[in-house]
Design a protein around this ligand. Structure first.
Ligand code: FES
Length: 110
């Protein structure tokens, strides 16, 4: 199993560097395993939006292996003003070496 690390910015602005993300996990699974406040109510099915994060412009382009699908697009569409260009449902973001060092900002609660 391979792993990379990402930097996570919590809702209160706290930045945690070196958060481990294993290749067997979605980004949501890595965040919840590391005890970040991600509810993941739907269990990773792209239907609840509680795993919403911002990936930053460079990381957003590094997710070519897990582009936004129709279901994710529909859910992101409902977020209105909290949706940004780099918004993703992290349960739909697959591990990729190119995401090593990415900045992941946890989106506000809705
Ligand atoms: S965990 Fe529900 S949308 Fe990602």
């Amino acid at each position: 199993m391979s792993s990379i690390t990402v930097n996570v910015i919590d809702r209160d602005g706290t930045r945690t560097e070196g958060v481990e993300w294993n290749s067997s996990e979605s980004l949501m699974e890595a965040l919840t395993r590391n005890k970040f406040p991600i509810l993941a109510t739907c269990g990773g099915n792209a239907s609840c939006s509680t795993c919403h994060c911002y990936l930053g412009a460079s990381a957003a382009t590094a997710t070519a292996n897990s582009p936004i699908g129709d279901e994710e697009e529909d859910v992101l569409d409902m977020l209105d003003d909290t949706r940004h260009e780099d918004s993703r449902l992290t349960c739909q973001v697959e591990w990729s070496e190119e995401l090593n060092g990415a900045e992941v900002t946890i989106a506000p609660e809705w």
